[in-house]
Design a protein around this ligand. Sequence first.
Ligand code: HEC
Length: 450
Amino acid sequence: MNLPSRLAALAFLSCAALLLHQQTTPAPSAPANVAAAAAPANPAPTFYRDVLPILQQHCQRCHRPGEIGPFPLVTFDDARAKAQKITAMVRDKKMPPWFADPCCGHFSNDPSLTPQEITTLADWAQSGAAAGNAHDAPAPPHWTEGWNIPRPDIVVQMPKAVELPSRGDIEYTYEIVPTGFTEGKWVQMSEIRPSSRMNVHHAVVYVRSPDSQWLRHAPVGVPFTASDLKSEEDRRDAHWTDADVLLVYAPGSSPDNWPADMAKYVPAGSDIVFQMHYTAHGHATHDQSSIGIVFAKEPPKKRVLTLQLTNDKFIIPPGVDDYRVEARGTLPNDATLLSFLPHMHLRGKQFEYNIVHTDGKIETLLRVHWNFYWQMSYRLAEPLPLKAGTMLQAVAWYDNSPKNPHNPDPSSAVYWGDQTSDEMMVGFFDVAVPANINKTQFFVRGTQQY
Ligand code: HEC
């Protein structure tokens, strides 16, 4: 099925993957087959020596106070209380969450445990979850209170909290915040912190440059929805913009953290535009999200742009369990591919990013087994330089059958739409281009000025 598709100039998320502590865990040293009866057996793992390093590197990003994990895994008591559960989750590969098929690609933010690490956690639980000697503990990681990036240089908060109802669909909510930047700024790292995390389904933070007409009739510093805008044109434009994306938040997504010589650019006089998708959770509340930004120490060589492969012209028939939708586009200029963030809703099943070679061969860069509750970013371990004219393809599969436990209504046909009972097909991806090229210039084909 070849649906109309395009490489939209729209921006969106970028991903980043913040694995601050990526040393590999030393495997417990296994004495090689020593015949002597006196040789010590492989000693039982202890918390401080064997378990804590794994928790620090793979779990505490989420399982520490104030983060999204339902309990901390920081102290011995924390871990001992959950020893059996930890074993079950890591054996089933349910934790740490990661949905890329091992078939394709290597990703620097892959938090997966090695088989050795899984065995260590399981043996520790099985052998009685001993504490061991606290002196064996690795140094605690330097988490920033409230953030997964180092201490932000600036924090931009929505000036006014958004009131959220207890139930029903909530229209996409926007809030525009002037940066007041008097010069262009390079953003090395950024992170969104919702104040009511439970209610934030996802958020996209855009950079509206001074020359952009997007949402120019909308109020500044207060929340509004597209329906609040007066003209039909403004209401329609709210959803479609060519503004660059600073970053995107979804549960499980990591903050942006670009390689040393790459950064996102915010021109002088820009506004930050929060686009929030909230969901109701049974009680009225409010949210006042913030973003934290760490500026690049020096101007980078490359500018990061967030692009997307989108198809909004599909109709998923009722009951079908494997409906395929694709989008393709050719790169207008050379670019280095950095990362991916697929976006679908409750009927999502699988998502792929491919290169379609000129001989028709398809090379899969990423295949994700979709889990609606974990909208993650996937950052290539090796950035991939691509030539102008390279054809990129995104393919999404949907399960609109009753077999899909998340399906709100298998009897209805499903179209593109904002709400989670509608569907989306968006393959966001980040590329690096020369620092002096902006998104509009990048989309001028055939110039190859650089
Ligand atoms: C990206 C964030 C994230 C990371 C990394 C992560 N977790 Fe979790 N974990 C969660 C969230 C959120 C939940 C609750 C929702 C769920 O179960 O999916 C959870 C649930 C759990 C549970 C409870 C499951 C249950 O059914 O009660 C265990 C045990 C667990 N995690 C262990 C771990 C371990 C061990 C690691 C590291 C090896 C880890 N997690 C890494 C976010 C994370």
